[in-house]
Design a protein around this ligand. Structure first.
Ligand code: FE
Length: 199
């Protein structure tokens, strides 16, 4: 998944050392349990990621009843697939792309993001440039991601908060009518669910 907006954060060695020192100090004082810490890191590195959101979108494309439950109350509907709740404990709302309507998501304040469905946010999502420009000039930002929308397509920008996070349901690609859910899930990208890519 290589493109210009992807992040490639490297943690400087001195920062890594400081983190390690903090972890050791907190463990010695009994404030944290290293096993719990490992479990949390493992969750975010291996269990939580865009593949979860992709499964949700694929299910919705293939199951109209699930789709209406998802658009009506995503927090509850994603629970049917075993997502949400424990990791996040916040509400998620799914907004649907349609012909003539494109949705994109930002957190103007910081980096609120539907972790349980998308994993950790990419670096650009947290950048000041994206957070400020997504609202003031969404079409320019989209163009930089390679998303060229015709002027008659309405763009709606959704501002995620700590309490309410948004996920975009991309339009189902044409010619995928015969594909099953597993195959469909392969087509759904992280940026597609943020709204900074078309499928
Ligand atoms: Fe935030």
């Amino acid at each position: 998944m290589a493109h210009s907006h992807d992040d490639h954060h490297k943690v400087p060695a001195d920062v890594a050392l400081r983190v390690k020192a903090l972890e050791t100090a907190l463990t010695r004082r009994g404030y944290i349990n290293p096993d719990t810490l490992e479990a949390i890191i493992d969750t975010y590195e291996h269990k939580v990621g865009p593949q979860n959101g992709a499964r949700v979108i694929a299910r919705a494309w293939n199951d109209p009843d699930f789709k209406s439950r998802l658009l009506d109350n995503a927090s509850s509907a994603v629970g049917e697939l075993g997502f949400g709740g424990i990791i996040e404990g916040t509400d998620v709302t799914v907004v649907e792309n349609r012909p003539g309507l494109h949705n994109m998501v930002v957190c103007t304040l910081c980096s609120c993001y539907p972790w349980a469905l998308l994993g950790l946010p990419p670096g650009w999502y947290k950048s000041f440039a994206y957070r400020s420009r997504a609202v003031s000039e969404p079409r320019s930002v989209l163009a930089e991601f390679g998303v060229e929308l015709s002027p008659d397509v309405e763009v709606r920008v959704w501002d995620s908060t700590a309490e309410l996070r948004y996920l975009v349901m991309p339009q189902r690609p044409e010619g995928t009518e015969d594909q099953d859910e597993a195959a469909l899930a392969q087509l759904v990208t992280r940026n597609g669910m943020i709204g900074t890519a078309l499928l």
